[in-house]
Design a protein around this ligand. Sequence first.
Ligand code: UD1
Length: 371
Amino acid sequence: MKHSTICCVVGARPNFVKIAPLMHALRSFSEIKTELVHTGQHYDHSLSASFFRELNIPEPDRHLNVGSGSHGKQTALIIERFEQVCFQQRYDWIVVVGDVNSTMACALVGAKLKIPVAHVEAGLRSFDRTMPEEINRIVTDAICDCHFVSEPSGVENLKIEGVPEYKIHLVGNIMIDTLVKQLNQIKPEMTLQTFNLEPRSYGLVTLHRPSNVDHPDTLRNLLLTLNNISRQIPVMFPVHPRTRITIDQLIDSGELTLNASFAMTEPLTYNHFLALMANARIVFTDSGGMQEETTYLNVPCLTFRENTERPITVQKGTSTLVGSNPDTILSVFNTIMNGQYKTSEPIDLWDGCTGRRIAKILAEKCRSESF
Ligand code: UD1
């Protein structure tokens, strides 16, 4: 039987959660060898190594050590270094996941070197090109050879953009694979005890989108709204390093004072975070993945954005787009506290088996050599 090598690429925190189930599923195919390339876009232990350990991801075969930088610098470094790797190795397929700079940069390298590229989480569109991720999604999908899609809107978007149907595979949501697996392993009571929280009685916050956190006034207004909420329920906020920079500025200049019931921590490991998310009364976030995870967990989610590339989480799930207007945020918060909020419906193919579906399709493609 023909042997093939698939290169799996990761760079930033959400990528690790998506690659783990796929790498595990690919192990069932003895004719396939996988290599893992970590671009180094995220490098802090809390954003990278802790995920490898908890999710049992193998050590990267190659580390590009690109680190932080402007979009141009970071993307250029990834392209330059990943191209060198591709010159040395003979990859039959490259798999990129999600919508971060590493995703787009490595897809570009593959496309230029005529190595087929598969994109996991293809087709999602916010139709908001001020988001760096939207540019990454559009470019990646325009040049890749195989599109693995998590929800029906992604299939429609790709068709409208002219992607032939044979390249599009609706396979479900690979992040949910990780969630389902880890949910069986975690001990939520211990995490809740550590943070002195009672199940279903607190709010959990994450904020890291440039549009919400890079401008001190915008972030301050959001935090003050959450601070008001923390008078009713305790609020827990693991702070992304990008957000930390602006918060430190606000605190240093005396523009922000928060209640004791609004607690900030360092970014948490996947398992601790999942424990907090699964037991929260409400989640407040601007993360894409958390809109999906809260939908699966049936936890109310106030999404601090004007749009979403994951519309199913609003249509069938627990997410409501509340933007950054304090009145809207407080009004939806009150609906939840009054017990009048919607609940989620199960979503097709968000079943914990997406990694296996993708691995099977990739194995067939490797066998047939056509893409
Ligand atoms: C990136 C992704 C975003 C994803 C997010 C998940 C892009 C364009 N953005 O955003 O889509 O939702 O990851 O977390 O790819 N930093 C550290 N330690 C690290 C990494 C970053 O302190 O390990 C700090 C640096 O100051 C850096 C800043 O965070 O400049 C932003 O990091 P970057 O990777 O550029 O973007 P994120 O905001 O993390």
